[in-house]
Design a protein around this ligand. Structure first.
Ligand code: FAD
Length: 402
């Protein structure tokens, strides 16, 4: 096993890890920063909704990791296996032992496909699709095109997930696609979600339930959790979380939002809280027990909706508070839970949800964002990708600016 030391180690080269590493390199170039990331490709995951809806090819969401590693940052192309924060060190799958003075944990969320019986075997065939991976998002579009009528089911699991709006966004695109093809009258569309509400922020949930669901004639079943898929038989098995009964639903198209959890190496480390997430202070992003550890993004315990937009608000706070801590000061900046979900409600229609820890709207634009708008759809399709690629992952709070 080889031993290495870096002043700052960042785990994960996703939206969160790259933004912090890039910002540190930008504002304090003399720091010794290493980024541990196994993947040779970085994905702009928010695009996968539009890949599934046939608006983009999936390749548009991918860029070589090497093109995004900030100048001056050491890329350790390996996956973390264990972290021992008491000893300020970690171990990788490639048997490297890396010690650090400061640690930033950002390995994202783990997708637990195998927690649904039969799903791994049938995903990508038999009309079973998911926008939740690069490998499967294109098959969603195939399913939408091949659908000839019948039962179209869209699910939402009983765990926290990234982009909690994505499971329903693809449903609205499918519904409009079926109308465009003249087969809508042959389709019965159902949204089966484990949650008791359609969206966590009531301000937007009401708009969805009053203005979006009824005209599209979608059946919503709350507290229904997908537990098994029988691909060949084209049956989906749900557990009714109110009655505990099993409900079997036939399908012709099944879009699955899979269960998710913190990455296993986080769960088994002392970094984790009881639920498995990296246990950080909700305003400072500093670890609640290890003062030289910070976390952000999907793997963190921050009690907000897990999105890249949330990361955009988190990374300047984390970076500043980390630099404060390195200078021996208390953290000076605070994160208020800002998150955003561009709720695609059709081709050329979008409700831009923006809210904070208190589920209070934190809207950017001077109009009622609960209203479906084409301008907001164009923002998602053309502007947000630029903000991501030229701003966020470059460590800039806004493209072209510091
Ligand atoms: P990620 O970006 O997932 O990155 C995690 C990184 O950690 C990866 O590069 C991974 O390879 C690496 N990693 C994993 N394990 C290890 C390990 N053991 N060691 C080292 N590295 C490791 N967000 C929005 O803001 N708006 C949207 O419209 C939106 N839509 C979405 C639609 C879909 C279908 C999906 C899937 C996501 C969507 N998101 C959206 C969510 C957004 O993509 C995530 O919230 C965001 O990417 C989180 O950033 P992260 O860095 O925490 O995790």
């Amino acid at each position: 096993m080889s031993d290495i030391h870096h002043q700052i180690v960042v785990i994960g080269g996703g939206a969160a890890g790259l933004s912090v590493a890039a910002r540190l390199a930008r504002i304090t170039p003399k720091l010794d920063v290493a980024l541990v990331e196994p993947s040779d490709t970085h994905y702009y995951q928010p695009l996968w909704t539009l890949v599934g809806g046939g608006e983009f090819r999936r390749e548009k969401s991918a860029r070589p990791m090497s093109s995004l590693i900030p100048a001056g940052v050491t890329w350790i192309r390996d996956a973390v296996l264990n972290v021992w924060p008491e000893k300020n060190c970690l171990q990788t799958v490639g048997e490297q032992r890396i010690s650090y003075d400061w640690l930033v944990v950002a390995p994202g969320i783990q997708i637990d496909w195998d927690k649904i019986k039969g799903l791994p075997e049938t995903l990508g065939k038999n009309g079973v699709c998911s926008n939740y991976s690069y490998q499967t998002a294109s098959y969603t579009w195939e399913c939408l095109q091949n659908f000839q009528g019948g039962e179209a089911l869209f699910t939402f699991p009983a765990t926290p997930i990234k982009c909690a709006g994505a499971p329903q966004k693809i449903m609205y695109l499918a519904e409009e696609h079926f109308r465009r093809r003249g087969i809508r009258h042959k389709a019965h569309i159902s949204y089966l979600c484990a949650t008791p509400v359609i969206f966590s922020c009531p301000h937007y949930a009401k708009a969805l339930m009053d203005n979006v669901i009824p005209p599209r004639e979608i059946d919503v079943a709350f507290r229904h959790n997908l537990i098994a898929v029988r691909g060949e038989a084209k049956e989906a098995v749900f557990q009714n979380l109110e009655t505990n009964e099993e409900v079997v639903r036939p399908f012709d198209l099944l879009h699955v939002a899979p269960p998710m959890s913190a990455p296993d190496f986080v769960k088994r480390s002392t970094l984790a809280n009881d639920a498995g997430w990296v246990d950080v202070h909700k305003h400072t992003l500093r670890h609640n027990r290890f003062a030289n550890v910070f976390a952000l993004g999907d793997a963190s315990s921050l009690p907000t909706s897990k999105t890249a937009a949330a990361v955009r608000a988190q990374f300047p706070v984390l970076t500043q508070n980390l630099l404060d801590a390195m200078a021996g000061k208390e953290p000076t900046t605070q994160y208020d839970g800002y998150t955003s979900c561009p709720l695609v409600t059709g081709y050329g229609k979008l409700i831009l949800a923006e809210f904070d820890y208190d589920l209070k709207p934190r809207e950017t634009f001077p109009f009622d964002q609960r209203v479906e708008r084409k301008s907001m759809y164009l923002l998602k399709k053309y502007v947000l990708p630029v903000i991501y690629w030229d701003g966020l992952v470059r460590g800039r709070t806004w493209p072209w600016f510091g």
